[in-house]
Design a protein around this ligand. Sequence first.
Ligand SMILES: Nc1ncnc2c1ncn2[C@@H]1O[C@H](COP(=O)(O)OP(=O)(O)O)[C@@H](O)[C@H]1O
Ligand SMILES: [Mg+2]
Length: 315
Amino acid sequence: MSIEDEGTRLPEVENVPLIIDAEFTEEEDIQTSIDELNPLPTQRTSKPLDLPFPSPTPSGRARVVTVINQKGGVGKTTTVINIASQLALRGHRVLVVDADSQGNCATGLGVDKSKVQHTTRDLILSPETAVTARHATAVEGLHMIVGDRSLVGLEQEMLRQLGRERRLTEALQPLLPHYDIVIIDTPPSLGLVTINALVASDGVLIPVQTEYFALEGLAMLAGTLREVRNLLNPQLGVDGVLLTMHASTLLNQQVASEILDHLPEFVIHPAIRRNIKLAEAPSHGVPIHLHDPNSNGGQDYQGVSSVLEKRWSLI
Ligand SMILES: Nc1ncnc2c1ncn2[C@@H]1O[C@H](COP(=O)(O)OP(=O)(O)O)[C@@H](O)[C@H]1O
Ligand SMILES: [Mg+2]
């Protein structure tokens, strides 16, 4: 037997069973409501999170809201697509701006990316393209500006530009009087493109998955928001924290209680339940209300949109 054979033959590896401690099953029928959660019985050990409160929208123009969390896969894009389309369905004039290079908003709203001429990248580099960059979507009254791979590398190019944090603010200016709400989707990073979105915004909406490290992530984001407020946009406030992919596991419930305990004024009810219909909808190029409005996900996004409609003074 060669030395190589000895090194690769490890029969004990095949005979030892794997540890299975994760739950892979879909929890479709759970009826978990964050209204029923109690604050944690333990004493709060950390300081409460210091999130800034929002200011009202100046009259005669859209409120600009950035959906943000530096963590990927927490439901930012799903939230943008479904809140934007719910609000459009209710008769509000809505514009989605996709500032993420993955460009998933276009797919989820039925926009054919191969036909797109101007993207969010063009908007940031040449603000005058804003008016002609808008696309119709699968939802009436909902328009969008598409993000795509061309956003990769943009931050490097912008380093040479003057006023680089305010390019998106400038680009959106002529559009604001024509909409009630502008929702910006962001990449999972706090780079210059995300900073542009924050500087252009009145408020932020923070989707948080009720998993480990949720509060650590929120604390980091709170620091970024404070910095942007101090240096670039004193109006910026938090319009809401949205609990996403929520399920009835002990961990989910504990993390949700902890977030509620720290941020009672900011958490929006209901939480968005984990629901396969929400994950399926983008493959059909439609939001949840055109795919399965009565699914748990459909109902939860309707509930959240009703709260935001009031918070944003749209009704
Ligand atoms: N409530 C939910 N239940 C089940 N799947 C979800 C839910 N929200 C989002 N997803 C799925 O999880 C993945 C990540 O969501 P996404 O919205 O793209 O997150 P982000 O934009 O923060 O990266 C996507 O495949 C999406 O379809
Ligand atoms: Mg996304």
